[in-house]
Design a protein around this ligand. Sequence first.
Ligand code: ADP
Length: 259
Amino acid sequence: DVDATTVAIRKGPDELQVLVILYDVTFMRKVEQMQSDFVQNVSHELKTPVTAIAGFAETLLAGAKDDPEALDNFLHIIQSESQRLSQLIQDTLALSRVGESNDHIEKVTIAPLVQNALNSIQQPIADRKLHVNVELDADLALETNKSKLSQIVRNLVNNAVFYNKDGGTLSIVGVRTNGGIRLQVSDTGVGIADDEQQRIFERFYRVDKARSRNSGGTGLGLAIVSELVEALGGSIHLASQLGVGSTFTVALPNATPTK
Ligand code: ADP
């Protein structure tokens, strides 16, 4: 796409010089298009829980509240749809913060960060009888932005729990590499088909909508992860086999450059 500005310069009574300045606005248009697609997607995703909450509240007010079973049932739906709304808002905010500068760079030790992520999802781990295997050197650390790295770990660990099989294994392994660290989060869960492996990092892409919804998913978790990894100067790689499990490998440099 090209925008143009024309400037006419009078050089003399019979001489006019015309200057045409061309701007390549392809990139800008693309960014604008992406932003408007994103707003549309978010609005669409927000509509579902809002419609459910409004609908069930209306039904209760219209008389369903007098039936104790319906009352309990509908209130639970309203509660879970509210949680879904709240998760969507949190994820949208997290995405909007990805581009913030990495000015808070500090020494971050991996082990406690992984422990926090596991603690926050302790109940589902217990409910699903998962085996947890953590292999990290106690002093494995790097200079980075702590809140961005915590979010990366949390999202990968949450997925490894929710897309696992009952009685399966969740494994977190961290090693030092030449220029930084490599962190692997593996599960023995449903796995991801080859043709879906690229797409799952897209915003709002979900392989199985119903399953994602049941796990309280928004379809934004991995988009947040991949954008944060990039913001920290790292890379992410996925190896997965349908029905066997998935391993997400994040490589990060020893020191994240400040932007
Ligand atoms: P969601 O909120 O739906 O979990 P994500 O962006 O975190 O959104 O993931 C996108 C999709 O990728 C999920 O809906 C799921 O289909 C798939 N996925 C993510 N992590 C895993 C995993 N560990 N095992 C299998 N499928 C996964």
